[in-house]
Structures are given as C-alpha cells and as structure tokens.
Design a protein around this ligand. Structure first.
Ligand code: DLL
Length: 431
C-alpha cells in the first residue's frame, strides 16, 4: 500500500469528491465573474453565475483558449488585487505574446501540494534527496517540483537545467535518490553517466519526468539505464504547472488532482463532451485557484480519461499518457501522424530517442524525413548493413503510419541534446 500526501482528497469516495467539486466550481465561477473578461464572455454566451450549481452544469460554460490569454496579456485575467498576487510564471512559447499566470500564496501552496502528491506517489519521503533539473525561473518545472519537495520534507537540490558534469557530480556526491527533469534530459544524463563509468555510484531510485511527450518505450529505456522507476507528470503553466496530474506505482496513466482541476474530454472539432474511454482534447477548469481562475480551458492535449479502480487506492480520475496535441499532429500527404508513433517505431527498432523528424513540401508533395542516431556499435557497420537497417525502419514506419518515409541513420551524437524540452519536429512547410 502506498502512502499519500493528502489521503482525504486522493482517496475520497467519488460522491464526496463530486460534492466538493460542485461547491468549489460554483464559488470560482462567481469569483471569475468579477473579472471583466469573464463577465463579458459569460454575458455574451447568456450564462449567469447562478446557472452553475454543480459539475453537471460545467458544459454550459464557454471554452477559453490560449488566444484569449494572449489577448488578455498582461493583467487582463488577474483575478485578485495586485496586492494579493505573489508570483508570476510564464509559458515557454517563442512566438507571439507570452502567457503569464498569476498566483496568490494560497495558489502556490496548493500547487506545491499537488507536486508533493506526485513525489510521494513516486515513493518519495522526507529521507529522500530530490534532484530538480527542470529549469527554474519563468518555467514552472523547477519551482513546482522544488515546492513539492519542500512540502514532503525531502532534501531539495535546486539544480536547474544545464551543466551536465556538475549535475552528475552532485548526483553522486550527495546521493540523489529522485531525479526530476524532462525525459529527454533524463536520457541524456543516463548516456553521460554511462560514458563516465559512474552508473554504480548513482543512488537514484525514481524519476519524475514530464513537460514533453515521451513513449512507453522511452520510459523502459530510461528505467533500465538509470536503474530506476520512471513516473510521468503532467501540467501546464496556465493551469499552475507540473502536478495537474501524476503517476502512481501502477504506471498506467496519471491521476488528475481533481479536487482542484476539473477535467473533460471533448471532440476538438465539435466541442462536444465525450464519455470516459474516448480519445479527445483535454479541457481543464480550475476550481480552487484565485489569481488565475481558468474556466474550461482547451489544452490542445490529446488523451483519454478513465475512472477505473486503481491498485494504488487513489480514486482520482486518470488521464492516459498524452497521445499528441491537436496542434502538433502532422498531416502528411493527408495522413494524420503523431510524432509519438514515430518514436515508438524508432525505439522498438533498438535505437534511443535521439531523432529528428523533418517535414517539407517539394513540388506540392509532402516529404517525411526521419534522422535517427546510430548506436555506437552500429556506427562501425558496413554501409550495406546500415542501408539494410534503414530499410527495416522504413518498412516498420510504413506499417505503423501507412506512409513511406525517408530514413537516414546519422552518426552518434550528431543530433543536438536537450537540457529542457527537446525539439524533434522541424516542419519546413510552415515557414
Ligand atoms: O511543461 C509544466 C510541466 C513542467 C509539466 C514539468 C511537467 C513537468 P508548459 O511549458 O506550459 O508547462 O507546457 C505545457 O507541455 O500542454 C503538454 O503539451 C506538454 N506536457 C506537459 N507535461 C507533459 C507530459 C509545463 N507528461 C505543455 N507528457 C502541455 C507529454 C506534456 N506532454
């Protein structure tokens, strides 16, 4: 049996949880209505705060999107007087206006608690040394896991990202036991630790990896290289940051902290709510946070929600591993392609997750090029063998995607490593 950080909420009977959710939703809609943005939006859609009495009324609320947040930049969605807001975080977006999210002290506390739940679900206790290699600053990864680790009472190493040699030195000297970073950085750290011959001096037992898409195959690869259990964690700046949902020992999806965040799956085309078990776009509603109370926010993330009994004892709804984003789904020669499908093939063919997908349009026809790094032992193979392997990958991609790709095996270490979120897709068609 696992330990929990807040068992009253994490394991609450569903009816009890729903009553709490309903009361909090009602209260937060009334609170949001004081913000001119929401007043206008609700008035325009003919919805009054009194119309929202329970979770069943959620569908009456209009959606909000990232464009709404960009338009409201910088203070248009601040839900409390400036004197009550204590923190800003911001998205990593490189184009257009940034999105800034605000927090009161109570909002920070609840965010930290959500991250503490994630750390405890990954086996963390106050005796652990939590090594946080997510970026610190405007990005939510570092501050979120840092706050969670403090709540648990673990010794916290605020490493931030970068300087891999120093990361490994602290990891070995201080005997770090839980690593928090992006899965691509975890893979890079694993590679560097093996190269330095230091794997036997690593005391890690678990990793809490998120902020970007990763496959089950990549999980297994990192787990075996670092000799740990790797847990997924999900979140987004707009909704607070990491800890919106987290994985437990079952490792079959992430429990959503639904005493604070309501979740729905919708058909991204029609906006219609879909039942449990169906794949669609995740929509989140904040029911506790006050400084940035987003209602029915379209995340663009695609997943499935399920409410089955979990062996860990938590009753919180589960979201599957992310299956892509409505906006990163590539449409190549009319076929819908998710980068995660390509990654699955690559890892199943014995490669690591060091690859790049390049999409272009030549003579009005889309081209799909996949560059994959060879493993060092393949590098010494005859050209003939390399070509044979490339052809095998082409065949497997064709049966997975129904598309013919051009596959090129490139030299080990020729694809730039990432310390944060990896850039794996280059779509030249948009430029
Ligand atoms: O990435 C927050 C975070 C930090 C989550 C650390 C987990 C760990 P943003 O920079 O706003 O916030 O990016 C949010 O990243 O909408 C997803 O598309 C993607 N994402 C986050 N977690 C996962 C995950 C942080 N576990 C966007 N799997 C989200 C796949 C993820 N994608």
């Amino acid at each position: 049996m696992e330990n929990y950080y807040q068992p009253d909420m994490e394991c609450a009977p569903y009816e009890q949880l729903r009553a709490i959710q309903g009361a909090r939703l009602k209260e937060n809609v009334r609170h949001a209505y004081d913000i001119p943005f929401y007043k206008d939006l609700l008035d325009k859609n003919g919805v009054k705060p009194e119309d929202i009495r329970s979770v069943d009324d959620l569908h009456k609320l209009p959606f909000i999107t990232k464009d709404n947040l960009r338009d409201a930049y910088p203070y248009g969605l601040l839900g409390v007087p400036l004197s009550e807001a204590v923190r800003i975080q911001s998205t990593s977006g490189t184009t257009g206006r940034r999105v800034v999210a605000f927090y009161t002290q109570a909002d920070i506390d609840l965010w930290d608690e959500c991250c503490a739940r994630a750390i405890i679900a990954a086996g963390g206790t106050k005796d652990d040394v939590v090594h946080v290699s997510y970026g610190y600053g405007l990005f939510t990864g570092g501050p979120g896991l840092n706050g969670g680790s403090h709540k648990v009472g673990s010794l916290t190493l605020p490493m931030s990202s970068g300087n891999t040699a120093r990361q490994i030195q602290f990891m070995t000297d201080l005997r770090s036991t839980i690593l928090c970073c992006t899965p691509s950085y975890a893979a890079y750290l694993a590679e560097s630790i093996h190269e330095a011959g230091l794997i036997d001096q690593i005391a890690l037992k678990a990793g809490i990896f998120g902020a970007e898409a990763w496959s089950e195959e990549m999980r297994r690869d990192i787990e075996s290289k670092l000799r740990i259990k790797a847990y997924d964690i999900y979140g987004l700046t707009e909704i607070s940051g990491p800890g919106v949902s987290f994985e437990c020992s079952e490792q079959t999806g992430m429990h959503i902290n639904e005493d604070h965040f309501l979740s729905e799956i919708i058909d991204p085309q029609t906006g219609r709510q879909l039942p449990y078990g169906e794949k669609g776009e995740l929509v989140l509603t904040c029911i506790s946070k006050k400084a940035f109370p987003l209602l029915r926010y379209r995340t663009r993330d695609i997943c499935v929600l399920t409410r089955n009994k979990c062996s860990c004892g938590r009753t919180l709804v589960k979201m599957s591993r992310l299956m892509g984003r409505t906006d990163d789904m590539l449409i190549i020669r009319g076929v819908n392609v998710f980068p995660s499908q390509i990654e699955t093939v690559i890892i199943n063919c014995g490669f690591e997750a060091n690859y790049q997908i390049i999409v272009d349009r030549v003579n009005y026809t889309d081209s799909l090029d996949v560059h994959i790094e060879m493993t060092p032992d393949m590098f010494s193979d005859e050209v003939r063998d390399i070509e044979k392997t490339e052809k095998e990958v082409v065949d497997k991609l064709r049966s997975m995607l129904g598309l013919t790709a051009k596959v090129t095996l490139v030299a080990p270490k020729s694809i730039t490593r990432s310390e944060g979120k990896a850039v794996r897709i280059i779509d030249k068609r948009k430029i």
